[in-house]
Design a protein around this ligand. Structure first.
Ligand code: ADE
Length: 225
C-alpha cells in the first residue's frame, strides 16, 4: 500500500510513523508513506497557501491551486483508490472503515488547516471525507496520523500474530475482554482462575462472556448496530 499525505505542516505528522509497529510495517515494505508540503506547489513568491474567505468571515481558507497541482501530479504518476479529506464534518472513522481501507492500494490524505479548504477542492478532487470524532482539531494532521495507523496495522502481514488484529476491540462490534500478565498475584490482587487453568475452551468462553459484558456496560450502542 502507498499513502500520500498532503499538508501545510507535514513535519507535524512524521513522528507517529517513526516507531513501533508502523515503522516496522514501512521497513518491511508493507506500506510506503510520503509527505507532501503544499507550499512546494505554490506559484507565488510568498508560498501562500491560504487566503481570506469570499463573503467575509473569520479564518483563512486553503486555496485550490496548490492542492490541485499536488493532487494532479500524484494522479499523473499512479491511480488512487481514494482521495481522502480529513475534516470534522466528515464520516466518523470506525473499525469497519479501517478494515475496508486496509485493502486499498494507493490513497491520498489531504489535511485541512485553518478554516478548511475551498469547497471546490471537495467537489472536484475528494472521494471520501473522514472525521476522527466530534471535536475540532487545529488541523487534519493528527487525524491523518490516526487514520494511517488504524489502516496500516490491519494490512495483512503487518502484525506478527495474524490473529491479534481480529481480537481487537470493535472487531465484531465488541469491546475486548480484560487481559492479564505476570505476576498471577500482585499485592493480593489475583488473576481470574480460568485464565490459569490451561483449559482453552473455558478460556474462550470466559473471554466471550466478558467481552459481551463489557460492551453491554460501556458501549451498549455497539450491540444495537
Ligand atoms: N480537522 C479538524 N478537526 C478534525 C477532526 N475531528 N477529524 C478530522 N480532521 C479534523
Amino acid at each position: 500500500m502507498r499513502i500520500d499525505i498532503i499538508s501545510v505542516v507535514p513535519d507535524l505528522i512524521k513522528s507517529p510513523f517513526e516507531g513501533s509497529i508502523i515503522q516496522r510495517a514501512i521497513s518491511k515494505g508493507h506500506v510506503e508513506v510520503f509527505f507532501h508540503n503544499l507550499r512546494d506547489y505554490t506559484s507565488n513568491n510568498y508560498k501562500q497557501v491560504d487566503d481570506y474567505q469570499y463573503g467575509g468571515g473569520a479564518g483563512m481558507v486553503m486555496m485550490i491551486e496548490p492542492i490541485d497541482k499536488c493532487i494532479s501530479k500524484l494522479k499523473s504518476e499512479r491511480n488512487y483508490d481514494e482521495v481522502i479529506y480529513m475534516t470534522p464534518d466528515g464520516e466518523t472513522l470506525n473499525q469497519a472503515m479501517a478494515n475496508q481501507m486496509s485493502l486499498l492500494k494507493n490513497i491520498i490524505i489531504l489535511c485541512g488547516h485553518y478554516k478548511g479548504v475551498d469547497q471546490r477542492v471537495r467537489d472536484l478532487f475528494i472521494t471520501k471525507e473522514i472525521s476522527i470524532g466530534d471535536y475540532v482539531l487545529s488541523g487534519g494532521e493528527l487525524g491523518a496520523a490516526i487514520l494511517s495507523d488504524a489502516i496500516i496495522r490491519l494490512i495483512p502481514g503487518v502484525l506478527g500474530n495474524e490473529t491479534s488484529a481480529l481480537t481487537d476491540s470493535f472487531q465484531d462490534n465488541l469491546l475486548s475482554p480484560p487481559i492479564y500478565t505476570r505476576p498471577s498475584n500482585y499485592k493480593g490482587h489475583g488473576v481470574p482462575q480460568v485464565l490459569l487453568s490451561g483449559h482453552n475452551q473455558n478460556v474462550e468462553k470466559w473471554r466471550d462472556d466478558k467481552a459481551l459484558e463489557r460492551t453491554r456496560n460501556l458501549r451498549p450502542d455497539l450491540l444495537d448496530e
